[in-house]
Design a protein. Structure first.
Length: 212
C-alpha cells in the first residue's frame, strides 16, 4: 500500500517541500504498518520521489525516524513555552497530553525497534545523539514549565532530578491507555481518566502535598 495518497506534492526544486513529503510518507508508513515496513523504497514511493532523492536528505530510514521524532518533540516544546502558567500544573499537563498522545500514536511503539536497530549495528553517531539531545531539551522544557506554573500558583515542586522523567513517563502511560481504550473497558470515560491522572501527578510532585 502506498503510504501517501495523491495530494499536492512539492514542486521540483522545492527542497524543503520535498523533505516534508518524505517525512509525511514515512510517518504514515509507521502509523499504518510499524517500523518493519519503513524502508527507503517505501518512503520514496509514498513521497513520489526516487530512493536516491530520499538519500539526498537522509542517510537512511533510521535518520528519517530521528527527524520525525525530533519534529514531534519540538512541537511539545513549543506548546509548553506558550502555555499560560496560571492554569495550574494539572492544566498544563492536560494541554500537552494530546500532543504527547499523537506522538505516541504515530511513533512511540516504533521507538524501541528503531533503537534496537541502530544500537545493534554499533551506530551511536549523529542520529542517536540528535534524538537524545531533543529528548533532553523536551524534558528540560517540561520541568521549566512545571516549576514556573508551580511558582505562579504559590506551590513548590519536589527537588529531584527524576521528576521530569517520571512525569513524562506517566503522561506516556496515560496516552497509551487513551489509545488502547483501557479505561473504557472499565467503564471510565477517557476525559475522567485524564482529569484524575493529571491531578494525581500534580499531587505527587508538589512539595508538602498530602491531598488524597
Amino acid at each position: 500500500m502506498v503510504a501517501k495518497t495523491e495530494t499536492a506534492r512539492a514542486a521540483r526544486g522545492d527542497a524543503e517541500g520535498r523533505r516534508r513529503d518524505i517525512l509525511a510518507s514515512a510517518e504514515q508508513l509507521l502509523e499504518e504498518s510499524g517500523y518493519a515496513a519503513l524502508t527507503v523504497r517505501a518512503i520514496a514511493a509514498g513521497a513520489g520521489v526516487s530512493a536516491g532523492t530520499v538519500y539526498q536528505y537522509f542517510n537512511g530510514k533510521e535518520d528519517v525516524f530521528v527527524a520525525l521524532m525530533a519534529r514531534r518533540l519540538q512541537e511539545v516544546q513549543a506548546v509548553l513555552a506558550e502555555l499560560d502558567r496560571g492554569i495550574g500544573i494539572a492544566g498544563v499537563l492536560r494541554e500537552i497530553l494530546p500532543h504527547i498522545t499523537e506522538l505516541w500514536r504515530r511513533l512511540g511503539r516504533s521507538a524501541p525497534q528503531w533503537e534496537a536497530k541502530v544500537l545493534a549495528g554499533g551506530r551511536r553517531g549523529k542520529g542517536v545523539v540528535t534524538s537524545a539531545t531533543v529528548y533532553r531539551r523536551t524534558l528540560d522544557a517540561l520541568e521549566r514549565a512545571l516549576r514556573e506554573t508551580a511558582e505562579a500558583c504559590g506551590q513548590t515542586l519536589i527537588d529531584d532530578p527524576a521528576l521530569p522523567h517520571w512525569v513524562w513517563d506517566a503522561l506516556i502511560g496515560i496516552a497509551d491507555d487513551v489509545l488502547l481504550g483501557g479505561s473504557r473497558q472499565s467503564r471510565v470515560r477517557p476525559k475522567r481518566l485524564v482529569e484524575f491522572a493529571t491531578e494525581a501527578i500534580e499531587r505527587s510532585i508538589v512539595a508538602g502535598s498530602d491531598q488524597g
